[in-house]
Design a protein around this ligand. Structure first.
Ligand code: NAD
Ligand code: KPL
Length: 305
């Protein structure tokens, strides 16, 4: 009998994973915040995934966080700023044998979760898949990508990667997941805040090459200083390549701001500046960018943490 995948966070990525796992015949349960959300979910009849214009509803069973049944495998698919509270809401259901798969972007939330759940194995993930919600309990699969998973404390791959293969979730086990998370964080720091401040698509940063290059130089120093030289390698050319390849897209932070959603700034640029300070490295342009972004968010009436 397969172990149940408990999915906490029925948003974009949570739905993308839950529906593909369920479609492969694997046991999945959605963990919802409270009775009102559970009732709303039951009324909707399931989670809907839209792929290539085709919508398919999957009647995945739901439950609330305070349900008493133990959780052996938890996919945590909320935003980085919600991760610690979300895991705490199911703490009474986690034990020594529990495994948590952390789908959060950026850095900082993984350590926060691991510190409050020392008994559980925490596996971090870094994903380039893209999805967005176009209604309650309804998600559009917007961009094919790849997910790397890894556990810095324990390099052996878990056997349940077979479930991901069966579900058609492109993935690989990574012995250097921290490098991958840092590299993605650096790309996001060099691109996303500038798209918000210049109010442009990623391609609009081709008009701001010097500003991007200055940030890349500071990010490279930071990655080298904090023991991530592989994540620093050729950062600037990769940032330029990503800007070109995604020229027509709005960055995820731009989309958060334009939809008046809280950003993950504290787990991206905020985290980079905090680590630089811890290593006594001055990163004046990153710090100034962080301050400008905070003022911008504040002026829009959005949270700046
Ligand atoms: P989302 O906002 O669409 O979904 C998060 C869900 O978690 C929401 O439904 C929210 O209500 C739920 N949630 C939060 N706290 C909860 C709690 N305590 N109990 C129950 N539910 C709770 O977010 P997303 O876009 O799926 O992003 C998740 C993470 O994945 C983020 O860190 C994001 O940066 C990263 N990511 C997203 C994408 C994407 O295309 N959406 C791609 C790569 C990485
Ligand atoms: O991941 C991204 C995002 O928008 O969050 C890219 C496309 C790499 C831009 O930083």
């Amino acid at each position: 009998m397969s172990t149940t995948w408990h999915v906490l966070g029925a948003g974009s990525l949570g739905t993308l994973w839950a529906t593909r796992l369920a479609r492969a015949g694997l046991p999945v349960r959605l963990v919802l915040r409270n009775d009102a959300r559970l009732q709303a979910y039951r009324n909707a009849g399931g989670l809907t995934l839209v792929e290539q214009g085709q919508a398919q509803c999957y009647p995945i069973p739901g439950e609330t966080a305070d349900s008493p049944e133990p959780i052996k495998r938890l996919l945590l698919a909320c935003k980085a700023y919600d991760a610690e509270a979300a895991v705490s809401s199911v703490a009474h259901r986690l034990g020594d044998e529990s495994e948590l798969i952390l789908l959060q972007n950026g850095l900082g939330s993984q350590d926060a979760v691991a510190n409050c759940m020392p008994q559980a194995r925490c596996i971090s993930a870094s994903s380039t898949e893209g999805a967005f919600r176009d209604g309650d309990w309804r998600v559009v699969f917007a961009g094919h990508g790849y997910t790397w998973l890894g556990d810095p404390a324990h390099p052996v791959a878990p056997f349940w990667l077979d479930d991901l293969a069966a579900a058609g979730i492109p993935h690989a086990w990574s012995a250097d997941i921290l490098t991958r998370l840092w590299r993605k964080l650096a790309l996001n720091c060099a691109i996303n805040p500038l798209t918000v401040l210049h109010h442009c698509k990623n391609g609009g940063l081709q008009e701001h090459r010097c500003e991007v290059a200055t940030l890349c130089a500071e990010l490279t120093d930071l990655l080298e200083r904090c023991g991530q030289p592989a994540a620093a390698e050729d950062l600037q050319p990769e940032v330029e390549r990503v800007i070109q390849a995604t020229a027509a897209n709005y960055s995820s932070m731009y989309q958060d701001v334009s939809n008046r959603r809280r950003t993950e700034i504290s787990y991206l640029l905020g985290y980079a500046c905090k680590v630089a300070q811890r290593h006594e490295l001055t990163v004046p342009h990153l710090e100034q960018l962080r301050q400008r972004l905070i003022v911008h968010l504040h002026n829009l009436g959005l949270p700046s943490d």
